[in-house]
Design a protein around this ligand. Structure first.
Ligand SMILES: NC(=O)c1ccc[n+]([C@@H]2O[C@H](COP(=O)([O-])OP(=O)(O)OC[C@H]3O[C@@H](n4cnc5c(N)ncnc54)[C@H](OP(=O)(O)O)[C@@H]3O)[C@@H](O)[C@H]2O)c1
Length: 368
């Protein structure tokens, strides 16, 4: 089937920042497993010029309608689904306005500032009978889906009993203006909502073997550190009451680890898994190590090269948004209102965990 024969979906892009540019680059990418033709129907921006420059740079072969407001995208009858790429603090407003206009929505992570806002959005979406999903692209990646299957269906390392994940990314906070989304608390500034949500998402893969949206509530012990009123470092221990599994979630926006390193380790009764990549949001491979028996005088045990693991590599396809974009488009075209990969209950579940981490860490957003 050629691209012109594929079912088509028409996107309205809200905001022209970094993530919108990455997403649109992948929407227009031609790749092997393409099943949907993505049309960039409209772009809404605070400025017409920004919208025009964005379209010329990231989707030059398409001719979207450019608007100097988001509201006009919501009003455009030719838009099937709106993608929201604004800062966290605006997700509630932007989702509610798009839904009120009857639009389907894919909204960037973290979905909202708190679980209460997420619940309200989903209630409104239900009443308006529209599709809404959190754009947690990591969950759509084949690597993530396959590792979850290997751990919990094939039990390649036996019973998983603990895991950890760290996301460290130096954003140069002190050099940023107060208006930056990384510094402005009303925009949802803070490392947990920005990148810690990925560390948490790896815990969901490792420790939560129930279907998405049906996870058991973990007990949580958390600490957060603030600078100039902005949360910059978070550590949390999760423990699941029924399985006793433990996870350690850490994140900071004050420092970066070397790219390509191991960012998550998952331990089971029969071995362990290391997950590597440029960042926890951009995993590239994982290695499954079977448990080794250790003799009393076994010097080999302490040398890394003596551990033989099976490595699973996943080459990049575009920037990695192709899977999320395609799954979302197929959902909408099929008339579904929720994503099976990131259902509403799962977004609320994640937001509730982050609410509890913030309650203990004393991070409060305006209006809370
Ligand atoms: N999936 C991922 O890997 C990933 C990566 C990075 C970020 N994100 C998420 O994407 C969202 C946006 O992040 P970003 O890095 O793209 O941000 P960004 O580069 O700052 O862009 C945000 C855009 O939102 C619009 N906006 C409206 N009001 C704004 C305000 N008061 N301050 C700043 N921007 C405002 C602007 O677009 P207009 O002027 O065109 O209206 C701006 O370009 C966040 O939720 C973030 O967590 C996801």
């Amino acid at each position: 089937m050629t691209i012109t024969e594929l079912p088509a979906i028409r996107w309205g892009i809200i905001a022209t920042g970094m993530i919108s540019s990455w997403f649109v680059e992948d929407l227009v990418l031609e790749w092997e497993e393409v099943k949907v033709k993505h049309i960039i129907q409209a772009i809404g921006s605070s400025s017409l010029q920004k919208g025009q420059d964005f379209a010329a740079k990231y989707c030059p072969k398409q001719s979207p309608q450019i608007y100097d407001s988001y509201a006009e995208v919501y009003k455009d009858d030719d838009v099937d689904i709106v993608y929201i790429g604004t800062p966290h603090g605006y997700h509630y407003r932007d989702c509610m306005e798009a839904i009120a206009a009857g639009k389907n929505v894919l909204c960037e992570k973290s979905f909202t500032l708190n679980a209460k806002q997420a619940r309200e959005i989903f209630e409104t979406a239900r009443a308006k009978n529209v599709y809404v999903a959190e754009a947690m692209w990591l969950r759509h990646r084949p690597l993530y889906i396959e590792l979850k299957r290997l751990l919990h269906e094939e039990k390649v390392i036996g019973d998983v009993f603990r895991a950890n994940c760290d996301f460290a990314s130096d954003i140069g906070l002190t050099n940023l203006p107060d208006t930056s989304r990384y510094r402005d608390i009303s925009l949802g500034a803070g490392s947990l909502l920005d990148i810690g949500v990925y560390s948490l998402t790896w815990m969901m893969l490792a420790l939560n073997d129930r279907p998405a949206g049906q996870g058991e509530k973990p007990n949580i012990i958390a600490a957060q550190t603030h600078e100039d009123g902005i949360e910059v470092t978070t550590s949390a221990i999760l423990q699941y009451p029924s399985t006793h599994r433990q996870g350690i979630v850490t994140t900071t926006n004050k420092a970066s680890g070397p790219p390509g390193e191991i960012f998550a380790i998952i331990h089971g009764t029969e071995g362990f898994v290391e997950v590597e990549g440029r960042a926890p949001s951009i995993p590239e491979s994982f290695t499954v190590y079977p448990k080794q028996k250790r003799g009393a005088a076994d010097r080999c045990f302490f040398k890394r090269e003596n551990w033989q693991g099976q490595r699973h590599e996943y080459g990049p396809v575009g920037r990695g948004f192709v899977y999320e974009a395609q799954n979302t488009a197929l959902d909408v075209l099929a008339g579904r209102k929720e994503s099976s990969i990131m259902p509403w209950a799962e977004t609320i579940y994640i937001m509730e965990i982050m609410d509890e981490i913030r309650r203990q860490g004393k991070t409060i957003y305006p209006g809370e």
